[in-house]
Design a protein around this ligand. Sequence first.
Ligand SMILES: [Zn+2]
Ligand SMILES: [Zn+2]
Length: 533
Amino acid sequence: MIRYGDDILLVDCGSKFPDETLLGIDLIIPDIAYLLEHPGKVRALIVTHGHEDHIGGIPYLLKQFPLPVYATRLTLGLIETKLKEHKLLSQTELKLIDSESTLRFGEIELSFFKTNHSIPDCLGIVFDTPEGTVVHTGDFKFDFTPVNHAYPDLQRMADIGKRGVLILLSESTNAERAGFTPSESLVGEHIEEAFMKADGKIIISTFASNVHRIQQIVNAAVRAGRKLTLLGRSMVNVVEVAAELGYLHIPEGMLVASDEAAGMPREEITVLCTGSQGEPLAALARLASGNHRQLEVLPGDTVILAATPIPGNERNVARIVDHFYQLQAKVIYGAGSSTGMHVSGHGSQEELKLMLTLMKPEYFIPIHGEYRMLYQHRLLAEAVGVRPDNIFVLNNGEVVEAHNGKAAVSGKIQAGNILVDGLGIGDIGSVVLRDRKQLSADGILIIVITLSKQEGKLLTKPDAISRGFVYVRNSEALMNEINELVVAELNKLLQSKISQWSVLKQTLKETLGNYLLTRTGRRPMILPLVIEV
Ligand SMILES: [Zn+2]
Ligand SMILES: [Zn+2]
């Protein structure tokens, strides 16, 4: 978010997937509380590129906060697909820009520069304000032999630097990685080599959004005389949008449906699918477990994972590789640099230094990365001559303010994560998550107690119901002990004339909880239900 006077502009609005501690959560989106407090000032959303971590939150933002959205052609195409799904397309103002566009909002003037990344049509943004120039790089690498011949515009970047940059915000994903990130073209060579050697079916999986890599897969398939079948909803979506907008060139008649492919000779088929991260429900996992309706993997088929598992996904990917080997397929997998089947879309240390050197900022804010990456990026900036005092490694929500050529951290606004579960946005908090964690660890024990209102005593034997705690039929002794304990505890309370539900429930929870912990070593959630008749 960038603000000058009464004008606020937003850059990107992504989403991310939850880790395993966020049980049942579907998606994480940014907190927009600050925007809701300043409704009259927010002018537009500018989007640097079409990756999920930059566009995934847009529908949720627009539902609460309608705004015009500015992006390049491919990025807009991908945003449109999302807005269609959320039925927001007709009411949203979408504005097409490119690297030559200039925009003005109040006293903020915007211009752009082209960058290379693992998706085409990426922009860096220049904000010229009366207080100075702020540059946001978006995600980038320097690829001097890009697949789509969209070369990085070093001259433009140097010009921006020459005019003077007050603050540079630059992405930090690969700040821990030494050297240069190799060119995407290198992957194409390896893919083609593998295609030429393969004799059965080829099954290849990569990120659906990596249009450059998909183009190289298409090219290799053309050269090997193979047709192409697409599996997976996001793959079909992206290919459709990218081909329609001219970012992807697929020869006529090359795409075949999966049922058609099933009837063709093996050596004429390439299957391009989602699931390179081991996602259990994606096409690749279904092929690996033999659960695909039309296609099966046969001995001698070639499986290529043209992606590196993102940390946390290694186990799922490994399981799929095991399955393919069991089917006697040839599998090319492993960290991308070892197989040549993947290069990163993010610049490594030397490229981050190059950006810093071109922009020559007075102040520097590393963005887009875990804290350690931001920190490494700080060291790189220091190494190329940015004054250590002029580098701000920020936590989410921290504000940097610039005045008279001086910038400083000036405060904090509300910011952070909002959890999405089904149709609920932000209604799941730490209490619900704690409950889910407890339920998933040791299950639940429900105790139904029927009390007489008048006499204040137990009417029937308590009823204990277990889900995920113990299997009741095999635990008769334990269930009896639970019943006896509940009866004894209740009678004790009722005799001392204590009959408030809250006290009864709390006492039962504690006594029973302690008992079960010693008796079973487990901590189920205990839920006493009191019925008065
Ligand atoms: Zn990206
Ligand atoms: Zn990103």
